[in-house]
Design a protein around this ligand. Structure first.
Ligand SMILES: Nc1ncnc2c1ncn2[C@@H]1O[C@H](COP(=O)(O)OP(=O)(O)O)[C@@H](O)[C@H]1O
Ligand SMILES: [Mg+2]
Length: 438
């Protein structure tokens, strides 16, 4: 039995009658730069050899946004799965601790786990948790260890119900905070910015990946200087690297000078975080300035979707442009490192939290009318599809059905994929109408 969960990232295939392990992990970065020690330390806690000892079941990777928590978690998860350490499979749960629409609640998180484990529906959250633990216990008895990844948790309460009771399993959490709770003990890993060498490696690898013979790879001093101007912060580094790969003729020193200049102008905004904010904002700013004006517009509009990700169709509705043009625009933003299609080819786009905050700041300067018209287009698009899906679900005769969906299964799939977005839109609309009446 296969069942796709609401976040579109979990596939249920692990009922007792089904020997296929549940497995759906987002892709890991093509090259993880400079985290060798951290990766080794986390892997040591996931290894089967660690399970006989009193090793904590939970590991928490914490650090600033954009520092590379999710990237490291995905890297080690893929490694562990490839080494056959989790025959029961791996499950990635988006907890969206800092989503504008609010974090995923503890009960909702358990619901996703329950769907992935194919456990029956329960009446109360406690029962649901109990059923999940029973399913996990059964998997442990069968020698099928499971790796759970709870990404971007903002509170211990969000993950307490997910902590497996049996030491065969592992829960890997990423969070901005050093999360621990009375009901679980966790091994904490704090992630800082990359060491200078790792930061330069991130840029060099991105260049090499795009063009193995890029002559700028020899400019090692300029690369190191560029990495320094990015505060050795992975998200800023990645965006700076995209600025180079999308413009192969651009000398690195030129970008260094531009970043230095942007720093000076942004210094007025300097926060008490060792200059990270400035470094990151400067990289965002340059990247944004490089976009074509209509792509800038699409980038800003992205912040208006309160949900966790945006389909190509939803982006087209927001922008009020045809689908093919929107797809090109989204691809251009992805090329600039401002957006990612996850998984590639899925037509679903995610923007890093920090970039979303940046885009939200920019869109505030657009006219309120323009914003509300775009939001209304998104809302209409969503409403139309919800109604169409509903018609497919509740019509049992052979009459004509809306052609937005091929069939009932397609409609169910859409509802599952869009569940979090629909909920966030409803909450967003309520918020908008309550503020607009003031
Ligand atoms: N060590 C690294 N090497 C290469 N890319 C990285 C590294 N760390 C992070 N990245 C990239 O930087 C961006 C931000 O990292 P992410 O893991 O999303 O940050 P966080 O989860 O801490 O907010 C992502 O696109 C990620 O792939
Ligand atoms: Mg993350």
């Amino acid at each position: 039995m296969i069942q796709v969960s609401g976040d579109g990232n979990t596939v249920c295939a692990s009922g007792p009658e089904d020997p296929t392990p549940m497995l759906r992990l987002p892709a890991e970065p093509t090259h993880l730069a400079g985290r060798e020690k951290e990766a080794e330390a986390v892997l040591a806690l996931l290894a089967p050899s660690s399970r006989a000892r009193a090793t904590p079941v939970v590991s928490v990777l914490s650090g600033l946004p954009g520092i590379g928590k999710t990237a490291l978690a995905l890297h080690v998860a893929h490694q562990a799965v490839a080494r056959g350490w989790f025959p029961g499979g791996a499950l990635f749960l988006h907890l969206r601790g800092h989503d504008p629409a609010g974090p995923v609640g503890a009960e909702e998180a358990v619901g996703t786990l329950a769907r992935a484990l194919c456990v029956d529906d329960a009446v109360t959250p406690d029962e649901q948790t109990g059923l999940c633990q029973a399913a996990l216990n059964r998997l442990a008895d069968e020698g099928r260890a499971v790796l759970l990844i709870a990404d971007d948790a903002s509170s211990a309460a969000q993950i307490e119900r997910l902590v497996p009771a049996r030491s065969a399993h592992r829960l890997l959490v990423t969070s901005r905070h050093l999360l621990t709770g009375p009901s679980f003990q966790a091994r904490l890993f704090g992630l800082d910015e990359l060491a200078p060498r790792g930061a330069a490696d991130l840029i060099a690898e991105a260049l090499r990946h795009a063009r193995p013979d890029d002559p700028r790879l020899r400019e090692t001093d300029a690369i190191a200087e560029l990495a320094g101007h990015c505060g050795h912060h992975p998200l800023a580094l990645q965006i700076a690297a995209s600025l180079l790969t999308t413009d192969p003729g651009r000398p690195i020193v030129e970008l260094v000078a531009e970043l230095a200049d942007a720093h000076t102008r942004l210094d007025v905004l300097r926060y008490e975080d060792g200059g990270h904010t400035t470094a990151v904002q400067a990289a965002f700013h340059l990247s944004y300035q490089r976009l074509l004006p209509h792509h800038r517009q699409l980038f800003r509009l992205f912040a208006l979707n309160p949900g966790p990700d945006t389909s190509t169709d939803a982006a087209a509705a927001l922008w009020g442009q045809p689908r093919a043009r929107t797809r090109n625009g989204l691809a251009a933003l992805a090329q600039a490192g401002l957006l990612a299609e996850q998984p590639v080819g899925s037509g679903r786009w995610r923007m890093h939290d920090l970039l979303r905050v940046y885009a939200a700041g920019l869109v505030e300067s657009d006219s309120a009318k323009w914003r509300s018209t775009a939001f209304a287009r998104l809302l209409n698009h969503c409403q139309k599809l919800v109604q169409a899906a509903n018609a497919h679900l509740h019509t049992y005769d052979d009459g004509p059905l809306p052609d937005d969906f091929r069939d009932r299964a397609h409609a169910v799939q859409w509802l599952e994929d869009e569940r979090a977005n629909v909920m966030a839109l409803i909450a967003g609309t309520r918020f908008r109408s309550s503020t607009s009446t003031r």
